[in-house]
Design a protein around this ligand. Structure first.
Ligand code: HEC
Length: 136
């Protein structure tokens, strides 16, 4: 009975129509990556620095309790791995910001590539199962 109640309470806040915070964050990350690429193309290293720092801490609304519980249900014991991959992305974004400050084009491009690889690493491990779990 308690279980049923919990289900009823949580369900509405994560209805399919409502975009999850994680998706909002990812869209923000895609925007940041476009800003980085644009900055590299124009050799506007200030823009690269700003956009890299935004990758470390993208603005987003806080998750509802319902979403947090659902995410925890999805990740289960993989939560440590998920956080590790998230940490790798933040580290590489910080490294990119540092490199861009040196205004070295080739080194900046290489650091950007390392950042992209860290996005890919999490997507290859979690995207498919995330979409299956949340019926996307
Ligand atoms: C720790 C895991 C993780 C990391 C790191 C990560 N992502 Fe994601 N990303 C996800 C998951 C899970 C999804 C699937 C979400 C979905 O399909 O709704 C996703 C989906 C996306 C999407 C598709 C969003 C949509 O509207 O369908 C984009 C774009 C994206 N990520 C960009 C990035 C970029 C750029 C980076 C690196 C700067 C990054 N992500 C790093 C986990 C991660």
């Amino acid at each position: 009975m308690a279980f049923t109640m919990m289900f009823i309470v949580i369900q509405p806040s994560v209805s399919a129509a409502e975009e999850m915070v994680l998706e909002k964050v990812m869209k923000e990350q895609a925007k940041n990556m476009r800003r980085i690429a644009g900055g590299i193309a124009r050799e506007d290293y200030e823009q690269v620095v700003r956009a890299s720092l935004a990758v470390i801490d993208p603005p987003h609304p806080s998750s509802t309790l319902g979403e947090k519980l659902k995410l925890m249900g999805f990740l289960g014991t993989d939560i440590g791995r998920f956080k590790e991959l998230d940490g790798n992305t933040k580290e590489r974004a910080a490294a990119l910001a540092k490199t861009a400050r040196s205004q070295n084009g080739e080194a900046t491009i290489a650091a950007f590539q390392r950042l992209q690889m860290s996005c890919l690493a999490c997507h290859s491990e979690f995207r498919k199962s995330f979409q299956d779990y949340f019926n996307h």
